[in-house]
Design a protein around this ligand. Sequence first.
Ligand code: PAF
Length: 279
Amino acid sequence: MIKIVHTIEDLRAEIRAWRQAGETVGLVPTMGALHEGHLSLVRLVRAKCMRTCATLFVNPKQFAPNEDLDKYPRDEAGDAARLADEGVDLLFQPGIDEVYPPGFTTTVHIEGLGDILEGEHRPGFFTGVATVVTKLLLQSLPDIAVFGEKDYQQVLVIKRLVRDLDIPVRIEAAPIVREAGGLALSSRNAYLSEGERGIAAALFGTISQVAENVGRGAAPMEQADWGTDQLLRAGFASVDYLTVRDAETLDVVTEASRPARVLAAATLGRTRLIDNISV
Ligand code: PAF
């Protein structure tokens, strides 16, 4: 039976009881609107830990004023039912004042890594993510916390903050879950029209082709230009970036001699999609 708690005090009391019984704890932070991708994170934690705690908090600090905070998909009852079906023990669903009480002024900023790619196109995004994730990790102090690789840069940012701030938790990345056509599952796919869904698959098709070409020795920069052009031709309104980066530092690569990653962000209609794949 899943237990739902709304305060940090109750969250800590539940986890303390598990710890006293010698049980290991895994954390799955989410913003809700759960899909198979989120459930795969839960399954990963359940395979590794005796207890699973999920969090559901739509974090306003990671949305810019022009972004979709107000219309972000929400289905709290459905999410709780889905997590219960997956065997989650505890759901932490705090209100806004529990996470950011009046007078809250502290932020966590990851200089460099948090300022490029998504950080450049969504100013403040990673500071919002890093701040809330730091809080969730310190509130629950799990053995492991799992995040989806669809947000590849986010995983790197979180690994960096955990290392830099000496937070005693292991961060694990779970593989991207895709629809049959290749579109990476995302809560924001709910915004796509039927017609846009057909076009959206071109994002995965294109980055896969770029990864294959670069893997065969093609020049990363030229491939990035080719891929950008492909997306625009397929019907994407704009491409924020399609780029080949070092898989660990996200530095630009000019030849794929080290493990590399193709990352892309593009807008289809009014929906911004991101995806990535290893070279
Ligand atoms: O990936 C997400 O859903 C969010 O960025 C996270 C990690 C739950 C922080 O709000």
